[in-house]
Design a protein around this ligand. Structure first.
Ligand SMILES: Nc1ncnc2c1ncn2[C@@H]1O[C@H](COP(=O)(O)OP(=O)(O)OP(=O)(O)O)[C@@H](O)[C@H]1O
Ligand SMILES: [Mg+2]
Length: 253
């Protein structure tokens, strides 16, 4: 049975999508079978792995509306062992439909069940909110990964997120674990970034990954080439960091 990770942070632009793609790609590179699930109507993950978000059909929308079967919505990427269920702008409409269903928060969990043992890792990318799509992601996963940017308000956002996770653990998904917190877009020159890392690490201890993802322009360029950093520039500081994060994930089992 594979593990399902969900990338959550209600703050926008902290590196959820970038991390889902790049961590997924390095795990695939280590020979693991990986499925990426784009559960965000921005569809950045979809385009980041080289699929055209307007044309990558069927995808999550068809899955939710019941017009395509699971096998049909799984697409290959140019990376070996890395597959994706794409999203598109139409997912925002589907989210509204979901809200009207009785088991609305368990949709994704049920939908993915048939392929759970086909993959070693399922990586679910969520939008920057704690709405119905993110709740579905949290219900479907066994582990939450929290990317954090090293800035002042990050700590405040984290406590709200942890409250939500505790609520999920009491209801929707008792098995849900906090897989870990990791820092992204780190700039070692700023004192604030260093302080945030120190403070969060002192509080969350072993929940914090040792790997810190630096701010690196190659990481931000890679999606426009439709490639993970493992295939765009593995020798860059960002590439090496995501490789090391993948090694930590593999070591944690
Ligand atoms: N380590 C990094 N160095 C430089 N740029 C980065 C890095 N990580 C992410 N970025 C860039 O920052 C932007 C936001 O990243 P990303 O889309 O992964 O965040 P997100 O949390 O998924 O955003 P959203 O909340 O909108 O879904 C993107 O343009 C991405 O290319
Ligand atoms: Mg995103």
């Amino acid at each position: 049975m594979g593990r399902a990770f969900v990338f959550v942070n209600q703050k926008g632009g902290v590196g959820k999508t970038t991390s889902a793609i790049n961590l997924g790609a390095y795990l695939a590179g280590a020979g693991k079978q990986v499925l990426l699930v784009d559960f965000d109507s921005q569809a950045n993950l979809t385009s980041g792995v080289g699929l055209d978000k307007a044309a990558a059909k069927p995808g999550v929308y068809e899955l939710i509306s019941g017009t395509a079967e699971l096998d049909k919505v799984i697409h290959k990427t140019s990376v070996q062992n890395l597959e994706v269920i794409p999203s598109g702008i139409d997912l925002s409409g589907a989210a509204v439909e979901l809200v009207e269903q009785a088991d609305r928060d368990l949709f994704l969990k049920k939908a993915l069940q048939p392929v759970h043992n086909r993959y070693d890792y399922i990586m679910i990318d969520c939008p920057p909110s704690l709405g119905v799509l993110t709740l579905n992601g949290l219900a479907a996963a066994d582990s939450v990964l929290i990317p954090m940017q090293c800035e002042y308000f990050a700590m405040e956002g984290l406590s709200l997120l942890l409250q939500t996770i505790r609520r999920i653990q009491k209801g929707l998904n008792a098995e849900l674990q906090i897989g870990g917190i990791f820092f992204t877009m780190y700039d070692q020159r700023t004192r604030l970034a260093q302080d945030v890392v120190k403070e969060v690490s002192a509080y969350f201890r072993e929940k914090v990954f040792e790997t810190i993802i630096p701010r690196n322009v190659r990481i931000s360029e890679a999606p426009s080439h439709g490639l993970p950093i493992s295939h765009y520039d593995p020798g860059s500081s960002g590439g090496r960091a995501y490789q090391s994060l993948a090694e930590e994930v593999l070591a944690r089992g």
